[in-house]
Design a protein around this ligand. Structure first.
Ligand code: ZN
Length: 139
């Protein structure tokens, strides 16, 4: 299966390695949806704004070449029925291990999660601050 990204590049979704990662990421998304729904006491839909990105699209939007999006490991999402991206980060942070979240970044208008835990534990929970990141969830 393939589709074209907004920049017109062919995206391959069904490479052998990609298929496993898609499934892995999909399972992460379902765990997050279930967790937020339990905490809210009602069904909370997840709105994904970005998943896998080809290297050209990734560069075009100014993202790092080492982004987990290029490796099909990351998702950006919102869940307005639960609350703000800040509220989502605060709700998920205590359960990172249980939920299989390797990294979470509060990006202000959305939440970034990756199945890959960064080499340095301090980078596991971050807040975007300009072009840099601060450790932890910083309101
Ligand atoms: Zn992201």
């Amino acid at each position: 299966m393939s589709y074209r990204c907004p920049a017109g590049h062919q995206q391959r979704l069904a490479t052998d390695s990609g298929r496993g990662r898609q499934a892995h990421r999909g399972a992460l998304l379902e765990r997050i949806r279930a967790e937020l729904s339990v905490q809210a006491g009602r069904e909370v839909p997840i709105l994904v704004s970005s998943g896998f990105r080809c290297t050209t699209l990734n560069a075009a939007i100014g993202s790092s070449a080492t982004s987990d999006h290029v490796r099909a490991l990351a998702l950006d999402f919102r869940a307005p029925a639960f609350g703000s991206p800040l509220a989502i980060c605060q709700a998920l942070q205590p359960g990172l291990e249980r939920l299989g979240i390797g990294q979470i970044i509060f990006e202000h208008t959305w939440v970034h999660v990756s199945t890959r835990a960064p080499a340095s534990p301090v980078n596991r929970v971050l807040t975007l601050a300009g072009k840099n990141y601060l450790p932890g969830i910083v309101a």
